[in-house]
Design a protein around this ligand. Structure first.
Ligand SMILES: CC(C)(COP(=O)(O)OP(=O)(O)OC[C@H]1O[C@@H](n2cnc3c(N)ncnc32)[C@H](O)[C@@H]1OP(=O)(O)O)[C@@H](O)C(=O)NCCC(=O)NCCS
Length: 233
């Protein structure tokens, strides 16, 4: 058994099977207010299911089973999406959370030590030239030309990098430029600022790519035994 993980990535392929209680049993007033922002039933379901998974991860990691002690908020005062902020018993914490949902699937990334993390489920990304030339740089397009069918990999990396490293900017796929991608590491720039290399976790399926990126640790502080990935059907 792995204890005290620095990061956890949890993928749930079919959230319809989750035994989620009635929302008033585990959402705070502020979370209810964020949920009320969404009118579309599918989006409300995605929001609830991702919240439930993320709140359970945090509650379990802080030795509690009471989801009401954990609060995850991801809206600015003007109602725009922002990186989720995590509170326990009303206080800001070191936990960092990133969420992605598509259809009935949810991907959640969590770190316990304030390390920024970003995740993305990039499914059904168009692979055509028109899409590529609109959203990918020339270097990215050249990389894609050598690896047909890899648009979801690049798209997932871009979104995960934005979620992990963005700073109040508006999402623009061209704002994230992938410079090189190797096993377990990506080098990139964000809105013209070169970032330190980021660690990656990537899985592909017939629908697309599940991606997580987080700040790499320095070489003299390996974290290989403090990692966890779990997947539930
Ligand atoms: C990031 C973004 C492109 C993802 O959209 P998507 O691919 O349709 O959806 P995903 O399911 O992959 O991700 C949605 C989750 O990303 C997170 N998220 C949203 N904005 C985020 C941001 N700026 N940084 C980090 N994470 C963000 C949220 O947790 C959201 O889920 P929730 O609303 O259920 O909490 C979109 O949410 C976006 O454009 N956000 C930025 C909005 C903006 O302009 N904000 C200005 C800052 S004040």
């Amino acid at each position: 058994m792995i204890t005290s993980p620095t990061w956890i990535v949890r993928y749930v392929a079919d959230t319809r099977r989750l035994p989620i209680d009635a929302q008033d049993a585990w959402l705070s007033a502020a979370e209810e207010a964020e949920l009320a922002f969404f009118a579309h039933e599918d989006r409300r379901r995605q929001w609830l299911r991702a919240r439930w998974i993320a709140k359970r991860l945090i509650a379990l990691s802080s030795d509690s089973t009471d989801l009401r002690r954990v609060e995850i908020l991801s809206r600015s005062t003007s109602g725009l999406g922002v990186a989720p902020q995590v509170f326990v018993d009303g206080k800001p914490t070191q936990y960092r959370i990133s969420l992605s949902h598509t259809g009935s699937a949810v991907l959640v990334g969590m770190t316990t030590d304030a390390t920024s993390i970003g995740v993305d489920l990039a499914w059904d990304v168009p692979q055509d030239r028109h899409f590529s030339s609109a959203w990918f740089s020339e270097r990215e397009q050249a990389w894609l030309a050598e690896r047909p069918g890899s648009a979801s990999l690049l798209w997932g990396l871009k979104e995960a990098i934005f979620k992990s490293q963005g700073d109040s900017q508006t999402w623009n796929p061209r704002g994230v430029e992938i410079e090189s991608y190797g096993e377990h590491e990506v080098r990139c720039s964000l809105f013209g600022r070169r970032l330190a290399p980021l660690s990656t976790w990537i899985r592909t399926s017939s629908r697309g790519t599940a991606t997580a990126v987080w700040q790499a640790k320095t070489q003299d502080a390996p974290v290989t035994v403090r990692q966890e990935f779990s997947s539930c059907l």
